[in-house]
Design a protein around this ligand. Structure first.
Ligand SMILES: Cc1ncc(COP(=O)(O)O)c(C=O)c1O
Length: 380
């Protein structure tokens, strides 16, 4: 709606003018729906205590060694960082057992996913994604005016064979999430290889392993091994979960050096800032923090699963740092009741699962608070 302009100032753009200016296809883009923040809940309900287990962050909080490293580098923030993030890519290459030109870094793995799509997907080409998964795959395709092809879950799991069936549509790219957000379950090495065997090189298979660091099952895909056989396989990972750097933003991509060189053409000059580069190299070297995070996650999973069984709630087996569970009423309402009590978890309506919730696995105390508050809202 155009408003009458204050004196000396032109009227702001009307809806009609904006629609004429903007690319028509972006009207279909849905903004990312983030979990609720502590500040929002404080302002809205001001509960005595707030526990956030809604966004799958590291429940141990910031790594003290990383905080120290950032403090040390702070005086240098007036200088540009290394635009190629060489030291960080070399550290990641050593960590993953690949060469530095097989690694790219970005402002969160969100940016990695988008950069890969930007570099390869042309308007009208097909991008295959799953139903009930992380929204950024569909977003990355839609931004580029791609046609999105959706594969439903099968028994709440990724239907990898269903992805293979879409090959007759000659897709340009497939995005798969493993373990899947929000269901937490995984597809196996054999399932992925089965898909790769059938997929022509002209179709890029992007596997998002944001939660792969937590996976313990022996048949979880060994993507680095598969990449050697199938150069059209690309992997995206993040420092937002196990490494505890969600607020700083760092994701990385692994894959064929030639494909990544092409991907870098769409990179903005300094997409990974100085503090992140420093923090990530430190985080990567701190094996003790990683070990502790994994131990807390493994124990916490058993604690929450036992709590769910006691409450008679159905949950899905997880390989991630969160658990997906079904509730006996609209999850949005249940989560709002929890918010009033200071407990932040995620209702999965925006993932197409209106009767399901997702809780991040926390520390023993956080999990105990969650289970106690959940019992109260289920049986008031
Ligand atoms: C499956 C999945 N991929 C990617 C991301 C994005 O992570 P990042 O913080 O690295 O952008 C998330 C964030 O929650 C996620 O759940």
């Amino acid at each position: 709606m155009s408003k009458s302009a204050p004196k000396g100032r032109k009227a702001s753009f009307s809806e009609a003018e904006i629609l004429k200016l903007a690319r028509p296809s972006i009207q279909a883009l849905k903004p990312y729906v983030p979990g609720r923040s502590i500040e929002e809940v404080k302002a809205q309900y001001n509960p005595a205590r707030i526990v956030k287990l809604g966004s799958n962050e590291n429940s141990l909080g910031a790594n003290p060694k990383v905080l120290k490293a950032i403090a040390k580098i702070l005086p240098k923030i007036s200088l540009y960082p290394d635009g190629s993030s060489r030291a960080l890519r070399e550290a990641l290459a050593a960590y993953c057992g690949v060469s530095a030109d097989e690694v790219i870094v970005g402002n969160g793995s969100d940016e990695i996913l988008l950069m890969i799509a930007l570099a390869f997907v042309k308007p009208g080409e097909r991008v295959v994604v799953s139903e009930n998964t992380f929204s950024e795959y569909e977003f990355s395709g839609r931004v580029l005016d791609a046609e999105i092809v959706k594969v439903p879950l099968r028994d709440f799991r990724y239907d990898v064979a269903g992805f293979a069936k879409t090959l007759k549509l000659k897709p340009k790219m497939m995005f798969l999430c493993n373990p899947n957000n929000p269901t937490g379950n995984y597809f196996t090495h054999a399932e992925l290889e089965g898909l790769l065997k059938k997929t022509p090189r002209a179709c890029l298979v992007v596997v998002d392993e944001a939660y792969g660091d937590y996976a313990t099952e022996k048949d979880f895909p060994r993507c680095l091994e598969l990449m050697k056989k199938y150069p059209n396989l690309l992997v995206a990972r993040t420092f937002s979960k196990l490494f505890g750097l969600a607020g700083l933003r760092l994701g990385y991509g692994l894959g064929d050096a030639g494909l990544l060189r092409e991907t870098l053409r769409v990179k903005t000059p300094f997409n990974v800032n100085l503090l992140v580069q420093t923090a990530a190299v430190t985080a990567l070297a701190d094996k003790a923090f990683v070990r502790k995070s994994l131990a807390v996650n493994n124990k916490g999973r058993l604690q929450i699963e036992a709590g769910f069984r006691k409450l008679g709630l159905f949950y899905l087996p997880t390989q991630a740092n969160f658990i997906c569970f079904r509730v006996p009423r609209q999850a949005v309402d249940l989560c709002e009741d929890l918010l009033k009590r200071g407990m932040i978890i995620r209702a999965l309506k925006s993932f197409g699962l209106p009767e399901w919730c997702r809780v991040t696995i926390g520390t023993k105390e956080q999990n105990a608070f969650f289970l106690a508050e959940l019992a109260k809202v289920l049986h008031p």
